[in-house]
Design a protein around this ligand. Structure first.
Ligand code: G4P
Length: 545
């Protein structure tokens, strides 16, 4: 805590001597919110946008969602099940910083999409329900962040409800996630007697009673916890409890250490209530001050520093257009380096083709607008007709392959059955496109005419069937298959791979990139194939490069 400055955030680490790219980079905060469904991610997102001045009215995020849903048939699935299956980017400014907030679907069936989104952010905010603590999905997503040593700030939400003891919550974060914790604020009471928080960074008392509405109170500056002001402003029980608890917390938790946070080993914890706009400003200020600016991005060739003059970046998400009648898509492109300008020609490394970016899109909270320029760390949307694939690198010429964008082994496989056999060709095209988009894995067995579709969560089948029907006009049904799992095949020498494939035609399929895949009927089948063919690697995941 001690090393946090109490001055408002200004582009840290950038000086006027730095070039324009370095200055723009220092101001950028590209982050995502991770949480278990219902912890309050949507509410917090909305409040962050409200404080960032990106929206005027609370409720706008939802209203926008409703309008969007009404326009798209397949999203009925989303509406009916009350879940959010799409993710978007929202850009807003606050305290001299430009924030790019990448929304992630909360439902676990769509975690694959979430994982990929996490490859495009530099830090995360973990939202925890104060009554529930760390839940399954939070933990899963946290593990993904940990793989990337991602800095995480924690927001304990719903303090206005009956909550668990703050010490117990801190302890749970520390124990279950093996992460050092340090409180950035301390809650005073909870539930009906939740009075507010003491901001341990700026020594301010922020009271719920004064923070109603959209412009919460700035808080009362104190000279420390011994300040007699506290005795005037708080009832006796609350001051005593606050002083005792903070003293104890300071004894138990390490002080804030910027480096440990940036390395992903310590999380500052903010308490609040997103619904009541409470604690949101402190979180935003915290992010402006301590969250990392765009970090170097790994590629197979070298690490790409964001300040580099030349533009480079990668596609981490592809989303079908909201209008099902037009099959164009938006590729979400994270700029890893440089200063992008509209009309720029970039090289698609996979194909060697030049692509001119005439109509890149920036995502503001309520609108999309044409991106005239963007800087490293920003996300732009590139409309295209399917030529951009997940993991594609675009550069000003350099041969770069960004790493760490995973393709997941599907955990559930089903066969596609056409209700109209004349549409076999159409379904092939639809599946190919959906696979390229990353909505599912699609396998064409070498024998027979079936298509096998693999997903990570069962709900994806419903969404896919709905999309194939509405976007491609092909009614399909997903049916159980004899295959239980799929493995990508690799071998040091091409000959042995070919020999294995030839000898196992009945279990062989090709994915949408024509990569060979082994389909297994059961675990014994898979284990046996692996044991008798040690020269072949059976891979659960395949990196998209
Ligand atoms: P999610 O995106 O993480 O799934 O959560 P979301 O924000 O949708 O919040 C889930 C529920 O929790 C919502 O109630 C929301 O109003 C409520 N909530 C969020 N933050 C707070 C908070 O600080 N305090 C309290 N008491 N409740 C909070 P709902 O009834 O499911 O939806 P709605 O009808 O209110 O929209």
């Amino acid at each position: 805590m001690d090393s946090l400055s109490s001055t408002p955030a200004t582009a840290p680490n950038a000086t006027s001597a730095d070039g324009p790219v370095a200055q723009a980079v220092a101001k950028r905060r590209t982050f995502a919110i991770i949480s278990h469904p219902d912890a309050g991610k949507t509410t917090l997102t909305e409040k962050l946008l409200l404080f960032g001045g990106a929206i005027q009215l609370a409720g706008a995020v939802k209203a926008r969602g409703d309008r969007r849903r009404a326009r798209s048939d397949w999203m009925k699935v989303e509406q009916e099940r009350g879940i959010s299956v799409t993710s978007a980017v929202m850009t807003y400014d606050y305290a001299g910083c430009t924030f790019n907030l990448l929304d992630t679907p909360g439902h676990e069936d769509f975690s694959e999409d979430t994982y990929r989104t996490l490859t495009a952010v530099d830090s995360a905010v973990m939202v925890i329900d104060a009554a529930k603590g760390i839940e399954a999905q939070t933990r899963k997503l946290f593990e993904v962040c940990r793989l990337r040593d991602m800095p995480i700030a924690t927001f304990v939400n719903k303090m206005d409800r009956e909550a668990r003891d703050p010490f117990e919550l801190l302890d749970e974060v520390e124990q279950t996630l093996a992460l050092d914790v340090t409180p950035a604020s301390w809650p005073i009471g909870m539930g009906k007697s939740f009075l507010g928080c003491y901001d341990l960074i700026r020594d301010r008392l922020i009271l719920v009673a004064r923070s109603k509405g959209e412009k919460p109170d700035e808080g009362e500056l104190c000279s420390g916890l011994d300040d007699p002001k506290l005795d005037e402003l708080l009832p006796g029980w609350a001051v005593t409890e606050l002083r005792e608890q903070v003293e104890m917390a300071r004894g138990l938790c390490p002080p804030f250490d910027l480096q440990a946070y940036r390395e992903g080993t310590l999380t500052p914890v903010y308490f609040g209530s997103a619904l009541n706009n409470f604690g949101v400003r402190e979180l935003l200020q915290g992010l402006a001050e301590i969250a990392p600016a765009p970090r170097p991005q790994p590629t197979a060739e070298r690490a790409i520093a964001p300040e580099e003059g030349k533009v480079s970046g990668f596609v981490f998400k592809i989303q079908a257009n909201m209008d099902p009648k037009h099959r164009d898509r938006i590729a979400f492109f994270r700029l890893a380096s440089g200063h992008f300008k509209r009309g720029m020609k970039l090289r698609q490394v996979r194909t060697g083709k030049q692509i001119t970016l005439h109509n890149p899109v920036l995502f503001m909270a309520q609108d999309r607008e044409t991106a005239e320029e963007a800087w490293a760390g920003d996300i732009i949307g590139i409309p295209n007709h399917g030529n951009l694939h997940l993991g594609d690198a675009l550069t000003e010429g350099e041969e770069l392959h960004f790493t760490g964008i995973p393709a997941f082994a599907p955990e559930l496989l089903q066969r596609v059955r056409l209700t109209d056999p004349l549409k076999a060709k159409h379904v092939g095209r639809a599946l190919q496109q959906l696979a390229e988009e990353g909505a599912a894995r699609v396998f064409k067995p070498r024998l027979g005419s079936d298509w096998i579709v693999g997903v990570v969560g069962a709900l994806q089948f419903d969404v896919l069937a709905d999309r194939i029907r509405t976007e491609y006009d092909v009614p399909v049904i997903f049916e159980p298959t004899t295959w239980i799992t799929a493995r990508w095949l690799e071998a040091e020498d091409a000959q042995s791979l070919k020999a294995f494939c030839d000898a196992n035609q009945a279990s062989l399929a090709d994915d949408h990139d024509a990569q060979p895949v082994f389909l297994a009927r059961n675990t014994w089948h898979l284990d046996d194939a692996a044991k008798t063919n040690p020269e072949i690697r059976f891979l659960k995941t395949r990196e998209r490069v």
